[in-house]
Ligand binder design. Structure first.
Ligand SMILES: Cc1cc2nc3c(=O)[nH]c(=O)nc-3n(C[C@H](O)[C@H](O)[C@H](O)COP(=O)(O)OP(=O)(O)OC[C@H]3O[C@@H](n4cnc5c(N)ncnc54)[C@H](O)[C@@H]3O)c2cc1C
Length: 503
């Protein structure tokens, strides 16, 4: 099989991209230098936006079966075991397919995604192969690979670096990460906790009276990740010494934690950094290779998977229409950098500042304020959308017509006139959604008689929806010519209007 896209790295992002590309009929080859999957828990949470993408690509059900899904996200005060606040994702059940959070350790996520990739006829995954050289011209990229059989060269129209924070591809492109590293160090540990009489501790839990961050989250029954900021006066070794862990465990779980075993621990610096560009010619970066966030907010891996939803349909279009390739990839670069800088970095930065640097009194005040504001329905929905990574808008994209406020945003999973929900009907494909009395002869459309008020549609409209679920354009009082123009702007000339494929 000659691959159309070579992906470097079979982490959660590289595997998601392979599945996303396969969904659009694109053949890919994933090369991965290590068959072993790191046993640290790493990213533990899959948010609703990520769930809808993984569902489109056929990977959601096995993940759901392996993890713990809950509709409530309820951080607790470690001292009292009382809820600090509760975000109930059922509040947005009218706009997402999976109104809840999936807790699952990253090693299970990667194992399942690798299995799906290995099974898919359009994907190939090769282990023990490491990318070591890269060059490109106007037509193809050549990747030097070192493996068991020595050194070989792979050629493909496109290469994507999904090779993580220290990845080879970003270095080969000459991109240095921009941004900042927080002054604090954090001690992260995976710990098994047993309580007296098998009592379960509420999760996640925060020690609000700790001077910096002290946080625990259960990622599998009895298995906890703890994250603690380390004071500047404490040496690296002392921060990971058994008595340092014991103190944190006592602080987080109290006397009830009868026994505990530290399986793994390490000291990290946390970053707010990104590459200056996410593309160079025919090479793109995705996931940690492109951007690094603080783990506060649990968005790092999820954001990387969102990159792949944007990149997959663009690469599929670029392969169909080579003269559009440059414009399509530039759109990826602009959109994902905007989302990273203006949305994801802001959210994780705010969460980090509050969690790590705020004094206990301010943290208590912030939780009290959030709890109070969640009494209003609008705020409850906003909290679900922000936490669920459903917010954010592409305002600078060359292929989105931002003249309407809905354009550049993800479309909610509304019910159509035929009784089905739009995500189920589209299943990760582009669509034209008509709202109100719209006639567009010869074009296949989805219909919605009464759009939600929050869409701010004043007239009968046609909405161009991209495969990644974002609105590319809202055309009020549409004509066929205006719809064709907006469709072309969104997809270049690579994708015909639905129902016009044979024309
Ligand atoms: C200790 C720890 C805790 C974390 N906690 C959280 C959390 O709570 N929430 C969260 O959202 N995120 C968390 N993260 C971040 C999260 O793990 C990353 O965002 C996520 O792994 C990014 O996925 P990726 O596929 O981009 O990169 P990676 O998972 O790093 O995967 C890259 C893959 O590329 C392979 N590779 C690298 N170089 C080459 C090469 N030259 N050739 C071939 N293969 C190569 C690697 O072997 C690896 O398999 C944590 C990370 C760490 C380290």
């Amino acid at each position: 099989m000659k691959p159309e896209v070579v992906i470097v790295g079979a982490g959660p992002v590289g595997c998601s991209l392979a599945l996303g590309l396969a969904h659009h009929g694109v053949r890919s080859l994933v090369i991965e230098r290590s068959r072993e999957i790191a046993r640290e828990s790493r990213a533990l949470v899959i948010w609703p936006r990520t769930a809808e993408l993984l569902r489109d690509w056929g990977a959601w059900e096995p993940l759901l079966a392996a993890g713990r899904f809950t509709t409530l996200f309820t951080p607790h005060d470690a001292a009292s075991n009382e809820a600090l606040l509760s975000v109930d994702f059922r509040e947005i059940a009218d706009s997402v397919e999976s109104p809840g959070v999936l807790f699952i350790p990253q090693y299970d996520t990667v194992r399942i995604l690798r299995e799906r990739v290995a099974e898919h006829p359009l994907c190939e995954i090769r282990y023990d192969e490491e990318a070591v050289a890269l060059e490109q011209d106007d037509d193809e990229v050549r990747l030097g690979v070192r493996g068991a059989n020595g050194r070989t060269t792979l050629a493909a129209p496109f290469v994507v670096g999904a090779d993580g924070a220290h990845g080879f591809v970003r270095h080969a492109l000459g991109f240095a990460l921009q941004g900042a590293t927080y002054s604090t160090r954090v001690a992260i540990a995976d710990i098994g906790i047993e309580s007296d009489e098998g009592r379960r501790f509420p999760s996640p839990r925060i020690a609000l009276d700790a001077p910096g961050l002290l946080f625990g989250i259960e990622y599998a029954p009895g298995l906890w990740r703890t994250i603690a900021s380390v004071a500047p006066s404490v040496g690296d070794d002392d921060a990971l010494a058994p008595d340092a862990h014991a103190k944190r465990i006592a602080h987080l779980f109290g006397e009830d934690a009868r026994t505990s075993t530290v399986f793994w621990s390490s000291l990290f610096r946390i970053h707010r950094r990104h590459a200056p560009n996410f593309i160079s010619g025919r090479v793109a970066l995705a996931g940690d290779a492109a951007h690094l966030n603080s783990p506060a907010g649990g968005q790092g891996m999820n954001a990387g998977i969102h990159d792949t939803a944007n990149l997959a349909w663009r690469l599929a279009c670029a392969l169909k229409s080579s003269h559009c390739a440059k414009a399509l990839l530039v759109g990826y670069d602009i959109e994902r950098r905007e989302m990273q800088n203006d949305s994801i970095e802001r959210t994780t930065d705010l969460a980090t500042r509050l969690a790590v640097y705020a004094p206990p009194s301010l943290k208590r005040f912030a939780f009290a304020w959030m709890r109070r504001s969640l009494r209003a329905r609008g705020m409850r929905r906003k909290a679900c959308r922000t936490l669920g990574m459903l917010d954010g808008r592409y305002t600078r994209s060359p292929d989105v017509d931002t003249s309407h406020p809905l354009a550049g945003r993800r479309i909610g999973d509304v019910a159509l006139d035929n009784g089905r929900r739009i995500n189920e009907q589209r299943r990760g494909r582009a669509a034209l959604l008509c709202c109100g009395d719209v006639r567009l002869d010869g074009i296949e459309t989805l219909a919605l008689a009464k759009p939600p008020k929050r869409w701010l549609l004043k007239h009968p409209s046609a909405i161009v929806i991209r495969p990644d679920g974002f609105v590319a354009a809202v055309i009020e009082k549409p004509t066929r010519a205006r719809v064709e123009a907006m469709w072309k702007r969104a997809f270049c000339c690579a994708s015909p209007l639905p129902g016009t494929e044979g024309e």
